[in-house]
Design a protein around this ligand. Structure first.
Ligand SMILES: [Mg+2]
Length: 155
C-alpha cells in the first residue's frame, strides 16, 4: 500500500493576516486560515485507498491546530512531520535570499507527496505538484487531481 504525504500551506489551506471575502475556517495567532475547497472530502477519499501522512515546513503547533480543525482526528495520519524534520537551505540570488525547507522522502518506500513546492521535495519525481491555493473560493484543484492521485497510489 502506498503512502500519500500531504503538504499543508497552499496545498490544503491558505493562512493570511488579510481578510478574504469569505469567513475564515479557523484563526491561529491572528492569521485567518482558509481551507481549500474539498480538502476534507479529498482526505476522506484518499484515506480509503492509501495510508496518509503530513509533511509541512510549518511549525508543529500551528500545523496540528489547523489540521485538527480540518480533519477532526490526527490519529489517521501515519506521521506528522514539521519544520524540524526538514532540511533548511538558503538559496542565494543576485538580489535576495530565500530560506527553503527541504522534505526528503527518499527513504520512505512507495511514498508520494502532494505539494505546491516541487522544488522543496527530494526526489522531486515523487512530488505530485498542485497549484498553490491562495483562498480562491472557486478553486477545484483537489477535485481535479483526485483521479490521477488514485491511479498513482493504486498501481
Ligand atoms: Mg506548501
Amino acid at each position: 500500500m502506498s503512502l500519500l504525504i500531504l503538504d499543508l500551506d497552499e496545498t490544503l489551506w491558505h493562512a493570511t493576516y488579510e481578510n478574504l471575502p469569505q469567513a475564515a475556517d479557523c484563526v491561529y495567532k491572528g492569521r485567518n486560515v482558509y481551507f481549500r475547497p474539498n480538502a476534507k472530502q479529498f482526505i476522506k477519499e484518499i484515506a480509503q485507498i492509501s495510508k496518509l501522512a503530513i509533511w509541512t515546513s510549518a511549525k508543529a503547533h500551528y500545523a496540528k491546530y489547523c489540521l485538527k480543525k480540518l480533519t477532526g482526528d490526527l490519529r489517521q495520519f501515519a506521521f506528522i512531520r514539521t519544520r524540524k524534520d526538514c532540511k533548511k537551505e538558503v538559496q542565494w540570488n543576485q538580489f535576495s535570499n530565500e530560506t527553503i525547507y527541504i522534505k526528503n522522502i527518499a527513504d520512505l518506500d512507495d511514498a508520494y507527496i502532494i505539494d505546491d513546492r516541487f522544488d522543496c521535495v527530494i526526489p522531486n519525481e515523487r512530488c505530485i505538484r498542485i497549484q498553490p491555493f491562495y483562498g480562491d473560493r472557486e478553486d477545484s484543484a483537489l477535485t481535479e487531481i483526485l483521479i490521477s492521485v488514485q491511479q498513482i497510489v493504486n498501481k
